[in-house]
Design a protein around this ligand. Structure first.
Ligand code: PLP
Length: 395
């Protein structure tokens, strides 16, 4: 019987240029982003400039994590205690956590069969009650129809914040993910598209929001040492009114990321080659249902989701997951009643109170499986994996 032995959590090494620069920074002792001499630009500031250029947006803030960026995005965009924040119910725990941390109340929206926010449910929620924000989570890299999303937000005067943890490098209809909302947040945690262990990037074209985000991130009065920031006058009014929520990025992480940014687009192509191999491999059986990827979506296939259409109950799904695991294929099951590892379903976020009725989301997640596609795999590995999955799903 075929088995697979590579770990699903193994990332590629940090590029040598990043390692060399990180060592230089350690030798200099200048790890803190504001530890610069006259005329010197910190690594964190350089990263901000380079990422803003990459995305094609004026402002970028490097910070401690993706979840931190989401929290600060809401604060900088003016959330007030008790404000309702729409968000799709299929997401990762840091998203409702960031809303809660910012004093907001998550209002969970159904997803559709392609793992995107259900636009009909979204509009009915927008129509029936006042929601000031929509934090759209492009969960597992699936982009909803972003023209429709921005139109709905404009119509109901809802501020759009994008969680781009899985869409760094992706675009919708030729426009980069992260340039549709008022603010966008990226994660550079190890399992995302650039890896600094922990880290986040917040982008916006709004100078007031960026000024507040920089103050929140813990800039003290050193906001003039940022790479892609508004001019000093944007800070004049707000600098004494904006709390310091200390969550800066240090120069070591920034150095590691700067070396990865020039490789990002090529890496996205590599991910998609592996993704397409997995998709082709899994598409040859009726027991597996893959999501439809619209023509307008340029995704980054760093993971793949599929539904085990032939398995009828939770026990069968769990047994299938266990059998794949015994053969070295690690699948995550988002429908599990008991949260495991990184995976949890919305009804396990008990601090939100009684979970809303979201029958479609529950149904879709009940047999949805998720597989990471690390760049340390090659197409032979993927073919091996899909063979194992197919033999086990029909076993
Ligand atoms: C990883 C992740 C985040 C937050 O990232 P951290 O850097 O780990 O805080 C937010 N949303 C989604 C969907 C994620 O997967």
């Amino acid at each position: 019987m075929k088995t697979f032995s590579k770990p699903f959590t193994l990332q590629e090494p940090i590029p040598e240029a990043g390692i060399a620069r990180a060592v230089e920074i350690m030798r200099s002792g200048k790890l803190h982003r504001y530890n610069t001499e006259a005329g010197e630009t910190a690594e964190a500031a350089l990263l901000e400039t380079e990422f803003a250029d990459y995305l094609g947006t004026p402002f970028c803030l490097a910070c401690a994590s993706g979840g931190y960026a989401l929290h600060v995005a809401l604060k900088a965009a003016g959330i007030q205690p008790g404000d309702s924040v729409l968000t799709n119910a299929f997401t990762l725990a840091p998203v409702p956590g960031a809303i809660h941390n910012a004093g907001g109340v998550p209002a969970l929206v159904e997803i559709d069969r392609n793992y995107c926010v259900d636009l009909n449910h979204l509009e009915s929620m927008m129509r029936s009650a006042r929601h000031r924000f929509f934090m759209i989570s492009h969960m597992r890299g699936h982009l909803a129809d972003m023209e429709a999303v921005t139109q709905l937000c404009a119509k109901y005067e809802v501020i759009l914040i994008e969680d781009c943890a899985h869409t760094m490098g992706a675009s919708w209809n030729g426009k980069a993910s992260g340039t549709f909302g008022t603010v966008a947040c990226f994660s550079t945690q190890t399992y995302k598209h650039m890896n600094s262990g922990e880290g986040g990037l917040l982008t916006t074209a709004d100078p007031q929001i960026m000024a507040r985000a920089i103050m929140h991130s813990g800039s003290y009065m050193l906001f003039d040492r940022h790479g892609a920031a508004p001019a000093a006058d944007a800070f004049a009014d707000i600098r004494l009114d904006t709390p310091n929520y200390s969550g800066r990025m240090d120069n070591l992480r920034a150095a590691i990321l700067r070396a990865q940014l020039p490789l990002l687009d090529d890496n996205c192509i590599r991910w998609n080659e592996l993704y397409k191999t997995a998709e082709a491999g899994l598409s040859t059986t009726n027991s597996i249902e893959l999501s439809h990827r619209p023509d307008k979506e340029t995704y980054v296939g760093s993971s793949i989701q599929f539904r085990a259409a032939s398995l009828s109950d939770a026990e069968e799904v769990q047994n299938f997951v266990d059998r794949c695991m015994q053969r070295g294929v690690e699948l995550k099951w988002f429908g599990s009643l008991d949260p495991k590892g990184f995976t949890s379903r919305f009804d396990s976020w008990r601090y939100l109170g009684t979970p809303p009725e979201l029958p479609n989301t529950i149904k879709i997640l009940s047999n949805t499986l998720d597989m990471r596609i690390p760049l340390t795999f090659n197409t032979d590995d993927i073919n091996n994996i899909t063979d194992i999955i197919k033999s086990e799903i029909t076993a």
